[in-house]
Design a protein around this ligand. Structure first.
Ligand code: FAD
Length: 330
């Protein structure tokens, strides 16, 4: 155990007196002994009567996505994990990323029938890779779609100068609903330690537990990327023959359906939460399998990658379970 001031003073005084100071015997481990690192022994959940229940488990896989997973870990504090489960690095909840994107709209002379069928049928990845000539790091992809229902279209789908009231509003709605196309991009969201999911110190959920607090601000490079993609999207609309086009103003975090990066993957326990198999560095029988393990935002929609990684993690979990290295909780 590290010596404290009082110990130093005792030592100095005692030695002057010819006495024999020695370390106080303490029943506290100073380092892991025979793998006694903490293991999870199950999960606590609320039943329908809001009573706490405990489910014992040999191993636990957390897959609650990029916001709720870190929240669970941060709430799961113990003597061994005073900063939250699997959080000896202090990085749980940090490097929160979303899937950024610019949004442009265009109207066309002809009906598009976009309300039918699947949402997106063609994409462009010409600007996916970074290109130093562009003067910024980010990149991404572009797709075209129609993301509106009648009410949301009435509120957000019309050109900025469209009438907002009365017969002309209704006529514009009627004409434009089937003639509008959105050009959407999915762009880089740089991983910043300052963007995070944490526990709100005041707001509670329906069970009296701390609510998620999101702290987020895009990097300046991300804004440059968004501006570039907005310009390319307007070019695309022109080239496709739009009769009127407009860009939705670029703002911070316009949508956050894709949550990534709050339990990042890596080889080094001091700099990441899980290894390449989603195995928590700190806890031998805990796995975290969702978008929280991403170390970059991927410049596109994340779910296929989440699925591929989940398959790989599942193979690994089955392998270590068969080999007996997932032991019953102590
Ligand atoms: C509107 C919208 C559109 C999207 N469109 C696309 C798209 O086009 N393409 C794409 O790639 N991705 C898209 N996504 C993202 C996609 O939905 C997610 O990436 C994907 O669902 C992540 O899968 P997951 O299993 O990790 O998490 P989720 O699907 O979010 O599953 C997490 C589960 O954990 C449960 N849970 C959370 N907290 C707890 C708790 N404390 N205890 C118990 N259970 C808990 C939740 O109820 C949920 O069932 C979209 C998301 C949204 C919101």
């Amino acid at each position: 155990m590290p010596i404290k001031s009082s110990g130093v003073l005792l030592e100095q005084g005692a030695r002057k007196l010819g006495w024999h100071p020695y370390p106080e015997p303490l029943a506290i481990l100073t380092q892991p002994y025979k793998d006694m690192r903490g293991r999870v022994d199950g999960v606590i959940y609320f039943d329908e009567k809001k009573q706490e229940r405990f489910q014992r488990a040999k191993a636990v896989v957390i897959c609650c996505n990029g916001a709720e997973t870190p929240r669970l870990l941060l709430m799961s504090k113990s003597n061994l994990f005073p900063q939250g489960l699997a959080n000896s690095s202090g990085l749980v909840g940090k490097y929160f990323m979303i899937d950024l994107g610019s949004l442009c709209q265009g109207t066309f002379e002809q009906p598009l029938n976009e309300y039918k069928g699947v949402r997106v049928t063609r994409v462009v990845q010409d600007f996916y890779d970074s290109d130093p000539k562009r003067g910024f790091f980010g990149g991404g992809g572009i797709d075209t779609r129609f993301d509106f229902y009648p009410i949301s279209f009435a509120l957000n789908g019309l050109p900025p100068d469209a009438p907002r009231w009365g017969a002309s509003f209704k006529n514009t709605l009627m004409r434009n609903f089937n003639r509008t196309m959105t050009v959407f991009s999915h762009t880089t969201c740089l991983p910043l330690e300052s963007n995070s999911i944490s526990l709100d110190p005041e707001v509670k959920d329906a069970w009296g537990l701390p609510a998620v607090r999101i702290t987020y601000k895009s990097h300046a490079d991300d804004f440059s990327t968004l501006k570039f993609f907005s310009e390319r999207s307007l070019e695309l609309l022109d080239a496709a023959g739009t009769i009127k086009k407009w860009a939705v103003p670029i703002g911070d975090a316009t949508s956050a359906g894709h949550l990534m990066g709050t339990c990042r993957m890596g080889n080094s326990p001091g700099h990441s939460i899980v290894d390449k198999y989603h195995h928590a560095h700190d806890v031998p029988n805990l796995f975290i399998v969702d978008g929280s393990s991403f170390v970059t935002s991927g410049r596109n929609q994340p779910t296929c990658t989440i699925q591929a990684l989940a398959y790989r993690a599942a193979d690994h979990i089955a392998r270590v379970a068969k080999s007996g290295s997932i032991l019953s909780p102590v």
